[in-house]
Design a protein around this ligand. Structure first.
Ligand SMILES: Cc1cc2nc3c(=O)[nH]c(=O)nc-3n(C[C@H](O)[C@H](O)[C@H](O)COP(=O)(O)OP(=O)(O)OC[C@H]3O[C@@H](n4cnc5c(N)ncnc54)[C@H](O)[C@@H]3O)c2cc1C
Length: 477
C-alpha cells in the first residue's frame, strides 16, 4: 500500500524515536484519528464501539488538548478554565458513560461588570435594572434583544449580517458601545468586529438554555479534580477497549493513495491505514495534506482562528465574589476575570483562590511576542489598579498558557464559505473538527455534538473492513 507514502518516509531524515511508537501496533489497517483532544478521543471511542481498529496520534505527551490540566503550584487544574452547564447533555452523558457523573458538583455563580473603573454586580434582574451605566430605555432594549435572540430558530440568516450591525439595530448604539462590544471582545478580542450575528445568537442561546434547565439562576458544574479527571477516565476507557494512542507524535503529513492513507509523524515515522480522520484545526489540515488542490487549501486557510493567552493565578485571597467579571474598560489588557474558586471550594487549593485572566487574540496580535514575565508584570499591575484590596504579595503562582487555534470565528457566511465538509478531496482522508461548529461557541458539549452529528456520514464513507462486531459485544461474550 501507498508507494508515494514510502517515498515520503524515505525522503525524510530518519531520527531515533522509539518513545512515540506503541508496541503491538504494526498492523497496517483500521482508522487513524489525528489529534487526541476531547473530539479525537470521543470519536475514537465511538469508532471502536462500532468495531473499528483505531489509533490516535497526539502531538503532546498526554491527551485532552485545550481541556487538559496543568500544575498550578502544587495543584492540578484546567490549563484553561472550564465549566459544565446543566444543559450540556452530551458532556453529562459522557460522564454517565464513564461512571463519573457522581463527581459532578453544581453551584450558582454571580457575574460582575467592570465599567469606568468600578465593579458592579449584574447577577439577577434587580441588579440589571439598577445597573448605572445604562438608562432604562437601554435596559429595555438590551433585555428585549436577549429575549428575542434566544427564540430565534433559523440562525442561518444571522450569518449574513455582522454581529455589531445586528446588535445596533436591536439594542441601539449606546448599549452596543457599553455592553455588547465589550462582551464580544471578552470572547473574540479584535475579531469582535468580523463575527456574524450567528455568534452572538449562539452565545445567548447557550446561556439561556443554562438558565432554563437549571433553577432560573445560572448553575455551573465542575468535576472534582477538574477536567483532568474526565480526561483520565476517558483515556482509561479507550485503553480498555483497545484504542491505541501514540503520544508525542506530531503528524506532519498525510499521503492518500488508491487503497488507503499514510500517516507520517515526527519526520521519521510512517504507517498505513485504511482511513484517516483529522480532528485538528483547519490550517493544520491544510498543511498536512500536500495533495489537496489549491481551492480546498484556500478554503481551509480562510477560516479565521481565534487564539488565546491565558494566565492562571493562585492567590492568597479572592479578588471578588464573581465567577466571571466582564470588562468594558479598554485600558485593561485581559478580556475578563474568571474566579474559578467562586464556584469550586477553595479547600481544593489549600484555602487559596484560583483565578484566570484570559486575553483572546487575533493571529496578528503583537501580544503573542510578550514573554511570560512581561505578561505577569502587565497583568499584576492591572489587578493592582482594578481591585483596592489586591496586593502583589497575594500572588503565589502566575503561569501563562497559550493556544493559537482555539476557535473558528463565525465570520459572514461561514457555513457556506468556510465550514469544512467531512469528506475531503482525498478519498481516504476525512475531517471532523470543531470548525464544523457553524455558529461559534466552542465548548466540550458542542464538540461532542459534532462527533455525534458527523458520525453517520463518516461511517458511510470509511473503507476500513474491520469486523462489524463491537468491542462491547466482544467483551460481553
Ligand atoms: C480559554 C478556554 C475556555 C474554555 N472554557 C470551556 C468551558 O467552560 N466549557 C466547555 O465545555 N468548553 C470550554 N472550552 C472549550 C473546550 O476546551 C474545547 O471545546 C475542546 O477542548 C476542543 O477539543 P478538540 O479536540 O476539538 O480540540 P483540541 O483540544 O485543540 O485538540 C486538538 C488536539 O490535536 C493535537 N494536535 C494538533 N496538531 C497536531 C499534529 N500535527 N499531530 C498530532 N496531534 C496534533 C493537539 O495537541 C490537541 O491535543 C474552553 C476552551 C478554552 C481555550
Amino acid at each position: 500500500m501507498g508507494l508515494d507514502a514510502t517515498a515520503y518516509a524515505a525522503a525524510s531524515a530518519p531520527q531515533e524515536n522509539t518513545d512515540s511508537v506503541v508496541s503491538g501496533s504494526e498492523e497496517n489497517r483500521g482508522v487513524a484519528v489525528i489529534g487526541g483532544g476531547v473530539l479525537g478521543m470521543y470519536l475514537a471511542y465511538k469508532l471502536r464501539n462500532e468495531g473499528k481498529e483505531v489509533t490516535i496520534f497526539e502531538a503532546a505527551s498526554h491527551s485532552g488538548g485545550l481541556a487538559s490540566g496543568d500544575e498550578i503550584g502544587s495543584y492540578t487544574w484546567d490549563r484553561f478554565y472550564h465549566v459544565i452547564l446543566m444543559s450540556d447533555l452530551n458532556t453529562r452523558g459522557l460522564l454517565e458513560d464513564l461512571g463519573i457523573a457522581d463527581k459532578l458538583n453544581w453551584g450558582t455563580t454571580r457575574t460582575g461588570f467592570f465599567v469606568g473603573g468600578e465593579l458592579y454586580s449584574m447577577s439577577d434582574t434587580l441588579e440589571f435594572l439598577r445597573f448605572p451605566p445604562l438608562s432604562l430605555i437601554d435596559k429595555l432594549r438590551l433585555g428585549a434583544t436577549i429575549f428575542f435572540a434566544a427564540r430565534i430558530r433559523n440562525w442561518r440568516r444571522l450569518e449574513k449580517v455582522l454581529a455589531v450591525d445586528w446588535l445596533t439595530r436591536w439594542s441601539g448604539k449606546r448599549v452596543v458601545e457599553k455592553i455588547w462590544m465589550p462582551l464580544l471582545r471578552c470572547k473574540l478580542g479584535d475579531n469582535a468586529r468580523t463575527a456574524s450575528a450567528a455568534f452572538i445568537w449562539s452565545t445567548i442561546a447557550r446561556m439561556y438554555a443554562a438558565r432554563r434547565s437549571g433553577i432560573k439562576k445560572e448553575m455551573f458544574g465542575y468535576v472534582e479534580g477538574g477536567y483532568d479527571v474526565i480526561l483520565r477516565a476517558l483515556q482509561e476507557r479507550l485503553d480498555e477497549i483497545g484504542v491505541k494512542t501514540v503520544f508525542n507524535a506530531r503528524v506532519g503529513g498525510i499521503v492518500d493513495s488508491s487503497d488507503g492513507a499514510t500517516v507520517n509523524w515526527n519526520e521519521s515515522e510512517a504507517r498505513n491505514f485504511d482511513d484517516v480522520v483529522l480532528t485538528v484545526p483547519t490550517p493544520v489540515v491544510a498543511k498536512m495534506c500536500g495533495q489537496m488542490p489549491d481551492a480546498e487549501v484556500e478554503r481551509l486557510n480562510g477560516v479565521t482562528y481565534q487564539g488565546i493567552a491565558c494566565a492562571s493565578l493562585l492567590l492568597k485571597k479572592p479578588l471578588g465574589p464573581y465567577y466571571v467579571t466582564n470588562i468594558t474598560d479598554d485600558w485593561v489588557p485581559f478580556t475578563g476575570v474568571i474566579e474559578m474558586t467562586a464556584l469550586v471550594d477553595r479547600e481544593n487549593f489549600g484555602g487559596n483562590a484560583l483565578v484566570y485572566l484570559p486575553c483572546y487574540l487575533t493571529q496578528e496580535d503583537d501580544f503573542w511576542n510578550k514573554t511570560d514575565d512581561e505578561i505577569e508584570e502587565l497583568f499584576v499591575s492591572t489587578l493592582d489598579r482594578m481591585y483596592p484590596e489586591f496586593e502583589r504579595s497575594d500572588v503565589l503562582v502566575f503561569k501563562v498558557a497559550r493556544a493559537r487555534n482555539v476557535l473558528a470565528v463565525s465570520t459572514l457566511n461561514y457555513s457556506e464559505t468556510y465550514l469544512p465538509p467531512v469528506r475531503t478531496s482525498l478519498g481516504h482522508v476525512f475531517t471532523v473538527n470543531s470548525a464544523q461548529i457553524a455558529n461559534g461557541t466552542l465548548n466540550v458539549n458542542e464538540t461532542l455534538g459534532i462527533a455525534d452529528t458527523k458520525f453517520a456520514e463518516l461511517m458511510e464513507h470509511l473503507h476500513d473492513a474491520s469486523p462489524g462486531q463491537t468491542k462491547s459485544q466482544e467483551l460481553s461474550e
